[in-house]
Design a protein around this ligand. Structure first.
Ligand code: GLY
Ligand code: MN
Ligand code: MN
Length: 443
């Protein structure tokens, strides 16, 4: 099945490219996979991350720097694979996979010589991180109008891309099942992280982003980056934000579990319900900003029901958002694809008009109306972040807050629940919940 899906995906990209080339008066697009660069004073380089435009076309060579793809209308894409004379590393060999027949493939050994060999008549768009010396060609490096169009189109996923993100979700939930159980077994953050890698059969370097594994107060650090080797005395809450990759497409999933405080447990259940209600209201035409604002309203009532907000007497809507933003300072979600925060979230049209979020919600990464085939995350949160709580305490709004209860719940850290959702013609497909609910995915 994946061969048909991928072949169709390539046909869609070729059709789009032919149209864009004509529109932008270009004759070809040359896409670079990327380069590696050693650390300062060292002969080791960070993990290679390919150009997402390269992955869009060629998802099967993601560990190969210095490869090139040449796209021209009405002909097979030409793939130049870099295979240097190097006995220190495994070098690329002629691929023998189902996708070979879809490309015209050449292996090459000398980078400088290859650059001189590109002989393309007419105007060429070079899509690469850095400009490249190609004096024999008429090259425009990352031409803005073309990039805008490509970035806008990337938001809607082809059936192949949807398949990959769905599969990435099915991989990631094996890890989440492990960490949820590991919390109740008293594991350390380090052990939870290692267990996640094993359960999902991923190397650390293959993760789409560094796993966030926060026990107790660490759950309140939005992008908590450490993994304590020692387990804490009490396991109150665990927030795991961790993903997986399938053919270059990522899952970005968060789950929170808790024990030991009825109020916190009840808030977690209420957050889960609110997250699901919001997800179920997704369909084409819905404004993501409106969804984010609805989540703030839901959060205000969760905080009120829990008794964290004592009364709303005299609070206008902006006061309410100032309170909820203290507990939920990030955005509801973002586009998801080759990149975890896939490009184009603020872009409103193919021409590149941008719409930044309103001042009240500066961290919202998606301001577009939802359209069919977009894949997004829905990830509301509720955290007890000392820095933000202190700021709220110094405002007149402080009198609306039940501080003793806040202090009591702060050791539980916080909650985030994050699903990956594809917008369909009439609603949404929730890849994450579907994977969790699939009994076939073994523990
Ligand atoms: N894992 C980063 C995010 O949820 O956006
Ligand atoms: Mn996440
Ligand atoms: Mn996310």
């Amino acid at each position: 099945m994946i061969d048909v899906l991928y072949q169709d995906h390539l046909a869609i990209l070729q059709q789009r490219a032919a149209h864009l080339l004509e529109q932008h008066q270009l004759d070809a697009v040359l896409i670079h996979s990327g380069s590696t660069k050693n650390y300062f004073l060292d002969d080791y380089a960070p993990v290679f991350k390919p150009n997402p435009h390269f992955v869009h076309w060629m998802p099967f060579l993601r560990e190969q720097p210095e490869c090139w793809l040449l796209i021209q209308p009405a002909s097979k894409p030409i793939l130049f694979i870099y295979s240097p004379d190097d006995f220190w590393h495994m070098t690329a060999s002629e691929p023998s996979d189902f996708w070979n027949q879809l490309f015209d493939i050449h292996l090459y050994t000398d980078r400088a010589a290859q650059l001189k060999q590109f002989n393309i008549a007419g105007n060429v768009a070079l899509i690469a991180e850095n400009p490249v010396e190609l004096p024999q060609l008429s090259v425009k490096h990352n031409p803005e109008a073309l990039m805008h169009a490509l970035h806008f189109q990337r938001a809607e996923k082809t059936p192949w891309e949807q398949h990959c993100i769905r599969q990435a979700n099915r991989i990631a939930i094996k890890g989440h099942r492990f960490t949820q159980q590991g919390f109740f077994d008293g594991l350390s953050e380090f052990e939870l992280h290692q267990g996640y890698l094993a359960a999902t059969a991923q190397l650390e370097k293959e993760l789409p982003y560094s796993n966030i594994v926060g026990l107790n107060e660490h759950a309140a650090v939005l992008h908590y980056q450490h993994k304590d080797r020692t387990a804490p005395e009490q396991h109150r809450a665990l927030l795991v934000d961790a993903g997986a990759v399938c053919h270059g497409y990522v899952a970005d999933i968060t789950r929170t579990v808790s024990q030991g405080h009825q109020d916190f447990d009840a808030i977690l259940v209420a957050m889960d319900q609110a997250q699901q209600a919001l997800t179920e209201s997704i369909k084409p035409g819905v404004s993501f900003l409106a969804l984010h604002q609805q989540m703030h309203q839901k959060l205000f009532s969760i905080l009120s029901t829990a008794g964290i907000v004592k009364s709303d007497a005299g609070l206008d809507p902006s006061d309410k958002v100032a309170i909820t933003r203290t507990f939920y300072p990030h955005g509801l979600g973002h586009l998801l694809g080759i990149q975890v925060h896939d490009i184009g979230g603020w872009q409103q049209n193919i021409k590149g008009s941008m719409s930044a979020p309103p001042e009240q919600h500066p961290f919202l990464r998606l301001t577009r109306l939802l359209t069919e085939q977009m894949v997004v995350t829905i990830e509301p949160g509720l955290y007890f972040i000392p820095l933000l709580l202190e700021q709220l305490k110094s405002t007149p709004l402080a009198r609306h807050i039940n501080w003793p209860l806040v202090n009591e719940l702060t050791p539980w850290g916080g909650i985030r629940i994050e699903d990956n959702v594809c917008v369909t013609a009439t609603g949404a497909e929730n890849y994450t919940r579907d994977a969790f609910n699939d009994p076939i995915i073994a523990l």
